[in-house]
Design a protein around this ligand. Structure first.
Ligand code: UDP
Length: 239
């Protein structure tokens, strides 16, 4: 390793639906609220990297079902994540947090290119780094990118903020009223019990490399700050 973070360094994955507030496009009030919560943790000295999704704009798989070429549709999806990243950057800066966006597709006027060592440097200086444009490759998801970026920038945990659910349950709580939330589970147990924690590629990256994942609900009061600080909310998944 080239760096050893002295303080807590985590990667927060925010899916596109979080940004949209349930609709297509952006809900600036929602993004501002998330930014303020990240700012509190950053002021505490937590080093925060973020991977943003883009499902509030486009999902490649959905567009391709409606006739677009899959790869081109995936690039549209990746460009959507950049808009989310810029919105988050803006509100983070308004909340007093120096923020850098790095994109996997080069667009120098808008953001820095993805340079892992530079991202680490930003984190060490207390800047929030937002990773956008996914992996820059079609057929990937931003969940997978979250695991990969966390590993490459030596984050200790991936924090997956969910909308409408506050962790991993024994069954789908929307279908089965007896379902209960699990505090801690291993990747192997989740796999054998058929519990969907993340997509398969993200899941195996985390499991194979011993990277912990915490799945938590975005809705609760100050939950994003709490997860970033290391409070034991939601479900912890470990190898
Ligand atoms: N995408 C991609 N490669 C990547 C990341 C994302 O092709 O490395 C595309 C893909 O079409 C995806 C869309 O970008 O549907 C938005 O990302 P994702 O679905 O992961 O966002 P989320 O579900 O988190 O909102």
């Amino acid at each position: 390793v080239t760096d050893r973070p002295g303080s807590r360094r985590v990667l927060l994955k925010l899916s596109g639906e979080v940004f949209g507030g349930g609709a297509v496009g952006l809900d600036p009030d929602v993004v501002a609220g998330i930014a303020r919560q990240i700012a509190v943790a950053a002021a505490d000295g937590v080093q925060v990297a973020v991977v943003v999704g883009g499902g509030n704009f486009f999902r490649g798989a959905e567009l391709s079902r409606r006739g677009l070429d899959r790869s081109r549709a995936d690039y549209m999806g990746m460009l959507g994540t950049v808009m989310n990243a810029l919105a988050l950057q803006d509100f983070l800066e308004q909340a007093g947090v120096r923020t850098r966006v790095q994109t996997a597709i080069t667009m120098g006027q808008v953001a820095e290119p993805y340079i892992p060592l530079r991202a680490i440097r930003h984190l060490e200086k207390g800047r929030v780094v937002v990773f956008a444009a996914g992996a820059g490759m079609p057929f990937f998801t931003t969940d997978t990118v979250a695991a990969q970026r966390a590993l490459e920038t030596h984050c200790q945990e991936v924090l997956v903020g969910k909308k409408g659910v506050d962790g991993v349950y024994t069954a789908d709580p929307k279908v089965d009223p007896t379902a209960t939330r699990i505090d801690h589970i291993t990747y192997a147990d989740a796999l054998s019990r058929g519990l969907r924690v993340a997509d398969a590629a993200a899941f195996s990256l985390c499991m194979d490399n011993g990277l912990a994942m915490r799945v938590f609900g975005m809705e609760g009061d100050g939950n994003v700050t709490r997860a970033l600080r290391g409070e034991r909310i939601g479900t912890l998944v470990t190898t």
